[in-house]
Design a binder for this molecule. Sequence first.
Ligand code: HEM
Length: 383
Amino acid sequence: RFRSEGGPVVRVELPGQVPVWAVVAYESVDEVLSNDGILFSKNPRNYTALNDGTIPADWPLRQVVDGDHLLTKDGADHRRLRGLVNRAFTPARVQALAPRIQEMTDELLDRMAEQGDRVDLVRLFSEPLPVAVICELFGIPHDERKQIRDWSLILLSHETTPDEAVKTGGDLLAYLAAFIERKRGAPGDDLTTALIRAQEDDGDSLSDSEMVGILWLVLIAGHETTVHLIANAVVALCSDPAQLAMARAENAWDRAVEETLRGRNSVINVMFRYPMREVRVSGVTIKEGEPIMVGISAAGTDPARFGEHAERFDLSRDQEPHLGFGRGPHFCLGAPLARLEARIALSSLFSRFPDLRLDVGADDIAYVSSIITEGPVSLPVLL
Ligand code: HEM
């Protein structure tokens, strides 16, 4: 809507909110992300309204934009931290998780089958799987996983009050700090141990609080995004029997994942960039320090890039590169894991339940309302 009514770059002024710029055309989104750390900063130090008192201290999004982690660092600071994380979070580590992801997927599908013919796919499948995978990745003991899941559900729920979020966030951070200490004494074949080794190899330049920040960010960034990606793909496939038939016949689950990331993404906007000086984006002038929200899913459905039927979920379209995992220095750290997990989830779900269908009209599905993510609150299906 912004794109057709306002152009590629729109000023959004909602009552009671600080105005933001929304960048909503593929070319403009690409232009902004490609200049991360050059023209645009992600460091809240460069956000005028956060520093001059315009935004109150209890602003709910403050926790997201004001934390000390990969997503709030630029340039050399970001490269240093990302380089250390990349050494631990390797493609080989992700690939090695595949058999466990398959097992956990099958266990959830078994349990779902025991619940009768009509189930909520979000509650029983797309929501528990990603947090189980992340716990496995971190090496969190089985009897502590329920606690992690409960905390992340509170943090992700849109009914959580700012006070509850602060309390739960504090509990989770304290748990992660203690967990890292325990791992030092009892290393394993997991991401936490690999991070500890990267820290030691690097002469301890990776501080303990940065380590906690990395685990915290991976848990938060890797959970809800994947929950919604799986559910959005199921909705898209079940709403169009021809597409589902094609996915089955051609074993095109990878393509289904990419098409979801392009046109039905779980991440609709990525959070703010702050111009480091006055800039022009697609001809629009934005002043230094004014927040820019980057419309990832608007870019994915831009007809100028993806053609007249850009809104259509179509597995036969030419797979042009999309921006669903971002671009540039902040490109999603977890993309290989998300792709692997979503492919296993979709192929296993549809082969286990060949007659699976939605038990709700596509237009009647209630969606999580957030400016960052989008996906069904619940998804009644008939197995
Ligand atoms: C960054 C999307 C899953 C960890 C990002 C960004 C996007 C994104 C668009 C860029 C943010 C920006 O530029 O401001 C997604 C989507 C997922 C997904 C659509 C769908 C399933 C995951 C998973 C993990 C993860 C599974 C971890 C296991 C991260 C981290 C960053 C990030 C740590 C920050 C990278 C940095 O700043 O260097 N993600 N993500 N994401 N993602 Fe993902």
